[in-house]
Write a protein that binds this ligand. Structure first.
Ligand SMILES: *[C@@H]1O[C@H](CO)[C@@H](O)[C@H](O)[C@H]1NC(C)=O
Ligand SMILES: *[C@@H]1O[C@H](CO)[C@@H](O)[C@H](O)[C@H]1NC(C)=O
Length: 237
């Protein structure tokens, strides 16, 4: 067996709940799976979904997630050499603990030791209350004229879009850069759930030949002027 072949043997599990809620773990230290001793209540149609962010030093967190959605995602297997994030489902504190034990003592450790940590997500992120909008760099043209970015003045964003974002797209047509104001759902989807855990986006400057899209969201006046905002301005959800 190749080192990662075992990862595709994740079994489909069918979850049964008898009352209105299930109890799922909460990890108090996202970089320590032994710290997942807190609890949260989830709906009976949910399961506990464990996210292991491989490209961020195996950061772990549990969310309540619809059981079908979780199982579907889990069956995409987990190849630590190609995945940024792996997903696992469980439905009780005990079964989650057993699963973690299995993952972090046997299945993960061998494969993980060959991965380079590429973390750039701030572990002490700004706890800025994003109820007041930022002053962000916004390009007049779409995509930005990159020559003009250094001379652009930050512009007040609407309160519905309190974050600044910067987005770099590289494809066969070349490189395009977008900058402006963003709402939380945009930042959660494009930055936090995707770019923040992407190995390709963790390498900066980006390789000029790579096909990629990397989005970063930040808070603070003009924080999105550079394609990679300063670390201390990056948003943490
Ligand atoms: C953010 O500010 C608003 C308005 O002042 C307040 O109601 C809310 O509780 C604050 N949130 C946090 C997380 O501090
Ligand atoms: C957030 O922004 C995106 C992209 O601009 C937009 O498509 C979406 O409708 C916005 N969502 C909300 C809740 O305003």
């Amino acid at each position: 067996m190749t080192p990662y072949a075992i990862f595709i043997h994740i079994s489909l599990t069918f979850f049964i709940t008898v009352n209105g809620q299930i109890t799922c773990p909460v990890c108090t230290d996202p970089y320590n799976p032994d710290s997942c001793t807190g609890t949260q209540q989830c709906h009976s149609h949910d399961v506990c979904e464990l996210h292991v962010h491989l490209s961020d030093r195996n950061r772990v967190n549990y969310i309540c997630h619809n059981s079908h959605a979780c199982v579907n995602q889990q069956t995409h297997a987990c190849n630590p050499y190609t995945h940024d994030t792996c997903t696992f489902c469980c439905n009780s504190l005990q079964s989650c603990a057993t699963e973690r034990q299995d993952l972090f003592t046997t299945r993960f450790t061998a494969a993980m030791s060959t991965l380079q940590p590429t973390s750039f997500v701030p572990t002490t992120a700004p706890t800025i209350n994003a109820t007041t909008a930022s002053m962000c760099i916004r390009c007049d043209s779409n995509p930005c004229n990159e020559n003009l970015i250094p001379s652009l003045q930050p512009i007040q964003c609407p309160s519905t879009q309190p974050y600044c974002y910067t987005d770099v797209v590289q494809d066969a047509a070349g490189r395009s850069v977008y900058k402006g104001c963003a709402n939380e759902s945009f930042c959660r989807t494009k930055y936090w759930d995707y770019s923040a855990v992407s190995v390709a986006c963790s390498r900066y400057p980006y390789s000029s030949s790579a096909y990629l899209e990397c989005t970063f969201c930040c808070l603070g006046e003009g924080c999105n002027r550079a394609d990679r905002p300063p670390q201390y301005t990056l948003v943490n959800f």
